[in-house]
Ligand binder design. Structure first.
Ligand SMILES: [Zn+2]
Length: 94
């Protein structure tokens, strides 16, 4: 089993992290009631349409439709930093 990541690992990881901490470490979040809002890191915008819902542990952008868990956010967000992955990223959402 050495080197293999158990299937339950990711579920377990997601249960331990708070999506607000994960996204808040990378994007400036503003509290809005039970949710948090920010300017979406995945597309250019002036007014925040990126929403983080702590109760459901997911994020959603009403501008570009980005949506997912803490883990997906990290993968997509970090992916933007790399030029080669960035072009793949744009194509996926085109
Ligand atoms: Zn967006």
């Amino acid at each position: 089993m050495a080197g293999l990541i158990p299937e339950s690992f990711i579920d377990e990881l997601l249960q331990r992290v708070d999506i607000v901490d994960v996204i808040g470490a990378r994007v400036q979040l503003k509290r809005a009631g039970k949710e948090y809002q920010a300017r979406c890191p995945f597309h250019d915008e002036r007014s925040p349409s990126f929403t983080v819902v702590p109760q459901k542990q997911f994020y959603h952008c009403f501008g570009c439709g980005a949506h997912g868990s803490a883990l997906k956010f990290v993968m997509d967000y970090e992916g933007v930093s790399f030029p080669t992955r960035s072009s793949n990223w744009r194509r996926r959402r085109a």
